[in-house]
Write a protein that binds this ligand. Structure first.
Ligand code: GLC
Ligand code: GLC
Length: 822
């Protein structure tokens, strides 16, 4: 069952009913100002850091869900309703919410009044703009009043939810009913002291009234859906003093049949220089010059429309780097629109703010951000470059890393600490991804601090060496890498032994004396250690390359010798040296992560077509047999039914959820890529379709989350609610699936010296054309695909057949035509 449909031409998902199973959201903004925006106008806005600079308030865990956002109320002759359906929930004659790239559009109609609101964060602005059109669709004249509404957050979102004894006395606003561009409300809590930033909520007309005090507007015992002021039909002109500051304007309008009125509403964030904070000597009135300039830039609908057009062009340009036209519209819409869009969002947000992440918990993850880069670097390489340098600066001199850092300060986060032994290697992955995309080797010579201390700066290449060496020198009794606090799987905590309820597995003191080793890190080391050695060789450091390759070879051999269980790769050795992920156990027999990663790393590959017993093939067969479900591959099987103190958080989840046998979508693309490595494109594409949202749209009543973006998890086969997704948007799934589909299934992958063209998708997509812009040249790659198992493409480049699958980079501006026959 569907709740909407894709409009590919408009690059939108169109939601046809407000009653989706869960709020389906969008992200507005991709630079400094961000908004979360649900299909019923819920959500909130922040500037750069969802915790430290929260502009508007949102209540997680609310009942009913998703009440709190930017609302418009209509008062029509005593009838009060909201075009976004929430919060009033009056039945609408028509409802539609369209989520597009950086904007959303909600249309609600009732009793002959239609309100269409386009909401977006303009490119280059720190503001959310609502462009509103109210139309009389009926046959009689209408007199209505429209009320806008936002509730301000007192900036620090954590403090805002905890420190009421102070906060309920500090709220302050200024009201400017007759400003240069209409009416405006200024949220200036704490501006009198150390803050030099404020928010403005303006409307581009002289409003008929305003409110800034929530209790006046809503009424102390009402819900937002029963708000007093809209019901009364008239603003109370309330001025907040402490308590709960809000912003609301009212505009009365008389509309003849067919007539429309258009308005622009702006929520903006402004900073003033410390010595220019005030407009008066007594330091009582904010210097509003910057706010006025902002409101001036959106003083008319024409200005707003022009800004919206620029945003659309921006996205068209971004998405032109990789485009596919195939016989499968679902594939095309994921590749061309939604997956790339989600990669932008994960790059910006890391795991901080979504409907499942409150924006007050996590900063940017070291491993997460490095992986996010892999799906983002082709979009805006300059921002990827800056991110790499920021991440690397949070590395410690021994090569290990802070697990997280805060985006506002770019400093490592002491609360979350360190000790996740996979972290260092992801830096190699991110940097190599950047180098292959851009060819910008100068980044390797940038001086980058360790532990954010400029006195300890070394070249970025030296950072990579320390990443490599950290793993090389932290190995256990089987010669395999030590796991530390955990590896990619945050919840595989083999040294924690936690007995205290509520204690964090991520930060608790680890028990010393063990020797827990990770097969995942081993495989990861073979993959990225090899890339490090290759990089050293390209820099003319043959000795270093040989040294590195020798260690990689040792670990490779150790995986085959000590990491093979007979039908699949082991997951780990625990604190005591007991295998984890073995057929010998009743639960947790087989885990997905080492299978995908080992085959990606080239471990256990068949020696030839007859080598059907090669470990890589057996492992991938076991994955499908043991972990396969119609909704994707579960993380391990059977799930743990009891708490295992020697395994940690993984066994805290009920069976089938999250890391305990959930379909943890992030690691499915490793298996997808692995299947392409062994030439089984059909299996790869099958795995891809099971988790990819556009293919799951028809079962939205089971999946329940947005059918246009990946979720971190889909409940596994042993879960009570198998097939139900959770934690949409902010997941490494986005980047990895884009890598899987763009570079391996469709098979166009940037390498150092050219594009490798190596499609492997099986017979279901018989032909397609990829247009790829790389290093300034355009490659038009047309593929005729038999999909036969093991078949590889033969290439004709600009009319000439070539050996192998590397198309050398052409000069910027050139167009290269490639014909591929598989
Ligand atoms: C979450 C974390 C990621 C981790 C994964 C598996 O997605 O953000 O860092 O690798 O869970 O535990
Ligand atoms: C990761 C995991 C999650 C775990 C968290 C840290 O995000 O996905 O299951 O709870 O890390 O506690």
């Amino acid at each position: 069952m569907r709740f909407g449909h894709f409009d590919d031409a408009a690059r939108e998902y169109v939601i046809e009913t407000p009653r989706t199973p869960l709020p389906w959201i969008n992200y507005l903004g991709s630079e400094q100002f961000f908004s979360l925006f649900s299909h019923t106008a819920g959500g909130y806005s922040f500037y750069r850091d969802a915790r430290m600079r929260r502009l508007t308030r949102y209540r997680y865990n609310n009942v009913p869900t998703d009440v709190g956002g930017r609302y418009l109320y209509v008062h029509d002759d005593g009838d009060v309703w909201t075009p976004s359906w929430l919060p009033v929930r009056a039945e609408l004659d028509h409802f539609e919410a369209r989520h597009g790239l950086g904007y959303s559009r909600i249309t609600g109609e009732r009793n002959g009044i239609s309100v269409e609101t386009l909401v977006f964060v303009p490119f280059g602005e720190d503001a959310e703009v609502q462009r509103v059109r109210v139309t009389n669709t009926g046959t009689a004249a209408k007199d209505i009043t429209l009320f806008s509404f936002v509730e301000f957050c007192l900036w620090n979102a954590y403090d805002d939810q905890t420190n009421y004894q102070r906060n309920l006395s500090i709220g302050e606003v200024e009201v400017e009913p007759d400003g240069p561009h209409g009416s405006a409300i200024y949220h200036r809590t704490e501006y009198r002291e150390r803050r030099d930033h404020y928010a403005v909520f303006g409307i581009n007309t002289r409003a008929d009234g305003f409110d800034t005090d929530r209790d006046t507007f809503v009424g102390p015992y009402n819900t937002l859906g029963e708000a007093d002021v809209p019901r009364s039909g008239r603003s109370a002109d309330s001025v907040a003093s402490g308590w709960y500051p809000i912003g609301s304007h009212s505009v009365r309008m008389s509309l003849a049949p067919g007539e429309s009125r258009e308005l622009v509403i702006v929520l903006g964030y402004l900073e003033n220089p410390v010595d220019a904070k005030w407009a008066d000597d007594a330091h009582q009135v904010i210097n509003k010059e910057r706010a006025h300039a902002l409101l001036g830039r959106f003083a008319t609908v024409e200005l707003a429309d022009a800004a919206f057009a620029r945003l659309q062009e921006h996205w068209t340009a971004l998405l032109s780097t990789y485009r596919v036209e195939s016989t499968d519209p679902k594939l095309d819409r994921m590749v061309n629109i939604w997956n790339q869009y989600q990669c932008m969002v994960t790059f910006n947000m890391s795991r901080s703010a979504s409907y499942f992440e409150t924006g007050i918990g996590r900063g940017m993850g070291f491993r997460d951000s490095n992986q996010d880069l892999l799906g983002f670097v082709h979009l805006i390489p300059e921002r990827a470059r800056e991110r790499i340098l920021d991440i690397a600066a949070t590395q410690f001199p021994d090569g290990s890393a802070y697990h997280q850092y805060q985006p506002l300060t770019k400093r490592g986060n002491n609360d979350v600490g360190s000790g996740f032994n996979d972290d260092p290697l992801w830096l190699i992955a991110g940097v190599v991804g950047y180098l292959k995309e851009t060819g910008d080797f100068s980044i390797l010579d940038e001086a980058v601090p360790f532990d954010n201390d400029p006195a300890q700066a070394e070249s970025l290449f030296e950072h990579l060496r320390r990443s490599f060496d950290f793993t090389a020198t932290h190995r256990g009794p089987h010669g395999l890498p030590l796991i530390g606090r955990a590896d990619w799987n945050d919840c595989l905590n083999l040294n924690c032994f936690s007995t205290t309820p509520g204690e964090s597995f991520q930060t608790t003191e680890n028990q010393a004396g063990g020797s827990a080793e990770s097969l995942f890190i081993a495989a990861q080391f073979v993959l990225y250690g090899t890339q490090y050695a290759e990089l050293a060789r390209r820099r003319g450091m043959a000795d270093e390359a040989d040294r590195a390759q020798a260690v990689v070879d040792e670990v490779h051999a150790a995986v085959l010798e000590h990491g093979w269980d007979g039908r699949w790769f082991l997951r780990a050795y625990d604190y005591y040296g007991t295998p984890v992920g073995t057929d010998a156990h009743d639960e947790g027999k087989i885990w997905i992560e080492p299978q995908g990663m080992a085959v990606m790393a080239g471990i256990g590959l068949p020696a030839g077509p007859d080598d059907v017993d090669a470990p890589a093939l057996r492992a991938l067969d076991a994955v499908e047999e043991m972990l396969g479900t119609p909704h994707g591959l579960v993380l391990q099987y059977p799930a743990y039914t009891t708490y295992r103190i020697e395994l940690g958080e993984v066994s805290t989840y009920p069976p089938g959820y999250k890391e305990n046998g959930g379909i943890f979508c992030h690691n499915n693309p490793w298996v997808i890529i692995a299947e392409t490595v062994v030439g089984r494109g059909a299996q790869a594409f099958d795995h891809y379709r099971r988790i990819t949202p556009a293919y799951r749209e028809e079962i939205s009543e089971i999946h329940r989350l947005e059918p246009y973006v990946y979720a971190q998890m889909i409940a596994g086969k042993e879960a009570v609610r198998a097939g139900e997704a959770k934690n949409s948007w902010l997941t490494g799934t986005a980047a990895w699936n884009f890598v899987a589909v763009s570079q391996h299934l469709l098979g166009v992958r940037p390498d150092y010296d050219g594009l490798v063209i190596d499609p492997q998708i099986g017979p279901d997509v018989p032909s397609w054309t990829v247009t790829r812009v790389a290093r300034g040249a355009t490659y038009v790659i047309s593929v005729a695909n038999s999909g036969a198992p093991g078949a590889r493409g033969r290439l004709v480049v600009d009319g000439t057949p070539i050996e192998g699958n590397l198309v050398p980079y052409a000069p910027a501006g050139a167009t290269v035509r490639v014909q591929v026959t598989v």
